[in-house]
Design a protein around this ligand. Sequence first.
Ligand SMILES: NC(=O)c1ccc[n+]([C@@H]2O[C@H](COP(=O)([O-])OP(=O)(O)OC[C@H]3O[C@@H](n4cnc5c(N)ncnc54)[C@H](O)[C@@H]3O)[C@@H](O)[C@H]2O)c1
Length: 302
Amino acid sequence: MNTFQDKTAVLTGAASGFGLELARLAAAQGMRLMLVDIRDEPLQAVAAELRAQGAQVATRCMDVASAAETEALADETERRFGPVHLLFNNAGVAFGGLLWEHTERDWDWVMGANLLSIAHAIRAFVPRMLAAARADAAYEAHVVNTASMAGLLVTPNLGAYTVSKHAAVAISEQLYHDLLLVTRQVHAAVLCPYFVPTGIYDSERYRPAAMQREEATTTSQQLAYAAGEKAVLGGLVPATEVAQMVLDGVREQRFWIYTHPRAMRPVRQRMESMLAATNPRDSMASRPSATAAWREALGVKL
Ligand SMILES: NC(=O)c1ccc[n+]([C@@H]2O[C@H](COP(=O)([O-])OP(=O)(O)OC[C@H]3O[C@@H](n4cnc5c(N)ncnc54)[C@H](O)[C@@H]3O)[C@@H](O)[C@H]2O)c1
């Protein structure tokens, strides 16, 4: 896509982090925006900021895990703005801890927000994009899904988050191949960020009521939250740069959008280990004191 002027973008998770920064960037490029988030107050604040700069902005406060709400979103976007050119399936939540301590609700929450949201959006938007492509040879559209480096690597105590993000990578690559089979006008991409300072470490704050745990948070979950907060807030690449990487990736029609190329070394090691059929290496081997501290907190003696 060479120009974003007067094109339509649907951005989920637009009240904060990558979604917010991409909304700012896309508005500055003259895009019409449908901004989506589960939190209405910060969403309206973003919309007001961008409208004040002259952008055409609509909002929808909804849970991206809902298939029905996603279908309604696609209807409303088409009614207001016509065909969608950029769909950024980006809303997501963080949750870790030892796998056997996840409740059914934990799984539903994380897989709903991080994976099913993408599946619902593909079902609601892609057929409309294909129809727009058939009607107009000049039409072009991009679906960008936010996964994570946790979609390419496995580290201890990151539970459903890792599982959901591996699935987010897989659904994106599946979409890429399916689209390649049927069109040259609709494209897929996946964003795999490493640690970037955003609100992601604090997802628990807005977990929907129906997904709330009835059980107390476990020690492993507390460790995961503390580690996540430290790593995310210590991230050196700002969300503004990540948003620019997304637009550059779309412009250059790149499938893999990585934010920290130097963090790819463990991915290469993992791939090599898979090919050699050697057991996964201990990803915390280089940090024995962190491993010791976690084991002590968990009351484990090996
Ligand atoms: N920041 C990082 O270090 C990092 C690293 C890798 C991947 N990611 C991924 O990036 C994406 C964006 O996160 P971010 O870092 O900008 O965090 P963020 O918390 O700042 O933004 C996420 C937004 O998604 C919204 N949201 C959460 N659940 C939702 C739901 N069910 N329906 C609608 N909106 C919902 C939140 O309200 C929030 O505004 C997420 O998918 C996250 O997993 C982030």
